[in-house]
Write a protein that binds this ligand. Structure first.
Ligand code: GTP
Length: 597
């Protein structure tokens, strides 16, 4: 297709505002997915995505559509995830487009991620088409929210389209508007080819499938390709478009969006953000790339059954093939044995990876409390990067700095008080507050990432009856009075329970953990003190009283086989016990203490 008849666009929206439903509807209306093949959320392929109703990996699909004069166009729609953890995926999809549909739920109005995604789109100079969705809902208030949208992006409320992804109302007009308003891609057909990789997906049967946007020139099957960042070359085995099933073609040219296959097995060899060119006559300059997604949240993953360790390693290797943002390295814990320290983009990413490990690989895992990256400067000016409390330097500390985020919270104005209270209790400092229309407010805070990775979102939701929405972006590092709290059993620190917390919260953490453990650890033959400490200073203490455990006490009389059975059972029970010093701790106690059950 000549580039003047191509339109590349994406849909940006807050989570649950109906992006996937609208995308599915477009596939139906343009006729590329017959109704009988239509299943809910055709584009969300991963099981977890479908179950949780969220989009994780972006996908591109090509749809035919004609204007009033009968001229046919190729519309390339690039699906983007809506969750904050995956905003790096949004930005790379945006770079492959000339326009964006800004989709807003007509019963909800603008939410935190609507704004975050809109700003990203504006930074990429995209043409924005404002659209209100779900106008079939009785609670929809399109007049009110059209005004809100028009105020936000400039323009008239009448220009805001009204659609329903569910019933299909207004979707044809929307496709017409895509052709009319979004500019055609421009590039140099005769130049050396340059294709931008905006996604790379591992497929068990076909190896890595790379999604590209052609910027200049043409790529054809059987050509020799070169990755511009590394200089490595590959044979182009297949190139084509997703429609939405892969359809091989004779080549892709300027402005086109499609997929290619080279036979590599690891997404890292076909790196998102890299530029692909010809090996024989390469382009001289790579396209601007993306910054690599940086892990923000770290957690140790341990198999509950220690003999599953090799399976866990293999499973992580496999997931890494399709998820370049996943990081891991081996780690050992006195309490939990052999495992991996893993780096994630955020909490949802962590949850999804652990769930996939358990579901797809049949593993039973225990995850240690999530931690962020701390920079610790010791007295002799050494800077230590700490992602695991056990790496926290002992001895005198000059300063500790922690990652900060700029948080945007949107909520009805009645909740402002309770939100401010919550943010203050999480060491947030208010940056500003704006009214969006009469009854909704945007609150902006600077807050430590560590304070929001645990249960901030849950608290925010329950304090606001689910009405608040949240978005955040990194905003650098800041010094804070942070200390490491150790939990000691009979004087020995249990590594899995150490935590880095603000000095003001250290006492509360110490009391919580010692109380929890005193209930979970069974009584032993001797008294077991449980202590919380900062360095050598004890800040909380509980103890478990001694008991003389006699398994034979219950057997009166001489039934020797029953006695033997009981002794066997006790021996077996011992195997699942971990020894911390002289103290036997059942694995379940660790798990329960870490999960807060
Ligand atoms: P993410 O992919 O996670 O960002 O969510 P999404 O924006 O793709 O939302 P999705 O399409 O999954 O829709 C969210 C919910 O809204 C689902 O329960 C849909 O059935 C519902 N929904 C979507 N579009 C419409 C609509 O036009 N009308 C009504 N009444 N409900 C809709």
């Amino acid at each position: 297709t000549p580039s003047e008849f191509i339109r590349n666009f994406c849909i940006i929206a807050h989570i649950d505002h109906g992006k996937s439903t609208l995308a599915d509807r477009m596939l139906g209306i343009t006729g590329i997915v017959a109704n009988r093949d239509m299943r809910a959320q055709y584009l969300d392929r991963m099981d977890i995505e479908r179950e949780r109703g969220i989009t994780i990996k972006s996908q591109a699909v090509r749809m035919p559509w004609s204007d009033d004069a009968g001229q046919s166009y190729a519309l390339n729609m690039i699906d983007t995830p809506g969750h904050v953890d995956f905003s790096y995926e949004v930005s790379r999809s945006l770079a492959a487009c000339e326009g964006a549909i800004l989709l807003v739920d007509a019963a909800q109005g603008i939410e935190a991620q609507t704004l975050a995604n809109l700003y990203l789109a504006m930074e990429n100079d995209l043409t924005i088409i404002p659209v209100l969705n779900k106008i079939d809902l009785p609670a929809a208030d399109p007049d009110k929210y059209a005004l809100e949208l028009a105020n936000l992006i400039g323009g008239k409320p009448e220009d805001v389209l009204r659609v329903s992804g569910k019933t299909g109302m207004g979707v044809e007009e929307l496709l017409d508007r895509v052709i009319r308003d979004i500019p055609a891609p421009v590039g140099n057909v005769d130049a050396a080819p340059r294709a931008m990789i905006f996604d790379s997906v591992y497929d068990a049967y076909r190896g890595v499938v790379t999604y590209v946007r052609m910027v200049d020139g043409t790529l054809k099957p059987r050509e020799r390709l070169q990755m511009m960042s590394t200089g490595t070359t590959h044979d182009l085995l297949e190139i084509g478009v997703s429609s939405p099933e892969p359809v091989p073609s004779k080549g892709l040219s300027v402005g086109e969006v499609g997929y290619l296959i080279t036979g590599v097995k690891d997404v890292r060899l076909s790196k998102v953000g890299d530029t692909i060119t010809h090996a024989q006559k390469p382009a001289t300059e790579a396209l601007p790339g993306y910054t690599d997604p940086k892990p923000m949240v770290f957690s140790g993953l341990y198999p509950i059954d220690g003999s599953d360790y090799p399976i866990l390693r293999e499973a992580l290797d496999k997931l890494k093939l399709s998820d370049a943002a996943l990081n891991y390295e081996p780690e050992t814990s006195v309490a939990l044995g052999f495992g991996f320290r893993c780096g994630f983009l955020g909490l949802l990413h962590l949850e999804i990876i652990t769930e996939r490990l358990e579901r797809e690989f049949g593993l039973d895992l225990i995850a240690t409390a999530p931690s962020v990256i701390y920079e610790v400067t010791t007295e002799d000016k050494k800077v230590v990067t700490v992602t695991n409390p056990s790496e926290f330097p002992t001895g005198k500390i000059n300063s500790v700095s922690e990652p900060m985020v700029r948080v945007a919270i949107l909520a009805p104005k009645d909740y402002v008080g309770t939100i401010m209270e919550l943010c203050q209790s999480r060491r947030g400092s208010l940056l500003g507050m704006d009214y969006l229309g009469e009854d909704r407010v945007e609150l902006r805070y600077n807050m430590p990432l560590a304070e929001i990775v645990f249960d901030f979102f849950d608290h925010l939701k329950s304090r606001t009856q689910g009405y608040a929405s949240l978005d955040y972006e990194p905003s650098g590092e800041q010094e804070a009075d942070l200390v490491k709290v150790d939990i000691l059993l009979q004087g020995e620190a249990v590594d899995a329970f150490s935590a880095i917390v603000h000095r003001d919260n250290a006492y509360a953490y110490g009391v919580l953990m010692t109380e929890r453990l005193s209930k979970l650890i069974p009584r032993q033959q001797f008294e077991v003190p449980i202590q919380a400490a900062i360095g050598a200073r004890i800040i909380a203490r509980e103890s478990i009283r001694a008991i003389r455990k006699d398994v034979l006490a219950k057997c009166y009389g001489g039934d020797i086989s029953r006695k033997r059975k009981l002794l066997e059972k006790q021996k077996e029970g011992k195997k699942r016990m971990k020894m911390v010093g002289r103290v036997e701790v059942p694995q379940e106690a660790f798990i329960a203490a870490l999960s807060g059950e």
